[in-house]
Design a binder for this molecule. Sequence first.
Ligand SMILES: [Zn+2]
Length: 445
Amino acid sequence: MTKKRVFANIFDFATNWSTRLQPAEAEVLQRILDIRVVDARVVQGQELSDRYNICPDQEIVTISNRVFLEQVFYNKQRHLKPQNFKSDNDDGLDDPTVGKGCDFCDPQTWTASETWGRYENEYAVSASNLFKYCSRHGLVILKSHDPFKFSHEQFRGMLDCAGTWFERTALEAESSPSADGLVSHPLLIWNTLHRAGASQWHPHMQTMLQGVPFPTQEKIDAMVMRYAFHPGAPSFYRDLTLVHAAASLVREIRVGDQVAYLFPSLCLYKDMEVQVLGQALLCPAFTRALHLGLRALIEELGSRTYNVGILNLSLGGGGGGGGGGDGIGIGALGWTAMGQNAQTSSMSSVTTSPPNIRLTTATTASTGAGQGAPAWLLGRPVLARIFNRGKVSVKSADMAGLEVMGGSSTGHCDPYDVVQAIDDTVDRLFTSTEATIRVLTPDNL
Ligand SMILES: [Zn+2]
């Protein structure tokens, strides 16, 4: 994928953004991010210095997201940190179901169903979680056992199943309310392998609906609303995309007249974070973009344990933030998912063709340039976040007091290496004409 590399790495970006970005872009960046390059110094005895060969003068890049209230530290010297809790197993990838059988390979027997039943398509089937977090807690189980091999069609099948679970669970709750009241607050997550919190090897997403907002969602919504009080009432998600486009990190995925934006986060919450913004859960550009991000982490960066979270999901029409006409609402509890309907959910909207993407660069793209941000991006777009959760071969946790108590994290993989992995995945996987991918520049917004 041909592109101009404006910044070599996150250290280059943190040092030079103020002189290389246009003034208007820099102004937007400062509304969202606080970026500092700071020095730290250590004094070492000779034995310590000889053992670890650590530079006594260390450069640390600190990036804070003023809206998400998150922070990341980059320090090249941390790659030399000793790791004392390695597993005896070389790769930590022993499938525990081998020789014992897998519950999720036989979901009709070994998983529960919802009181409204199950939804099933060619690639996935829904279930009710036997060990619930909240009053409505379901599962979406892929009809394939390997957590690392899934096509776009399989992935989209899981999202179709999740959308229908939300739809039918909400409809049922409306007619038979519980003490949880109107369960209008959704969350969709996917944990892969034990380090990411999964209890089963087999790929499965978790769907939740409850009567109060999930705290992270409520925090983000409140801060985005506060962001709009800046002079000129700016749109946070448009500005977030613009800042990452100015950093040359955004890839626009277009399928027909639908677009989605995929980018490694400058202020990642966990390592290798990739974010995807789209109009709706089943918008074809959104599902393509999210699948592309996952394949890049798995195939290019070697991730074997990750979390996916999909936020800003809405029950009721208009969840796409004013995109206009693409979501199908079903009254007060409609599920805004492209091409879906509560009464007739099926796989009819899911393409079964092979990956079908054509690459362009911004200079050769035939559509989109100069058209400005899509309307949905100015509202509350669907937001997906992917986090790598460390190495399965390492026993120590990748989340410690820093993350749990401080709300800060450490960056290992450089965002510019992540975007290179995305571009390499595009070059390797996608070669035809149904969709286009290009580098998004700020003037396209
Ligand atoms: Zn299985």
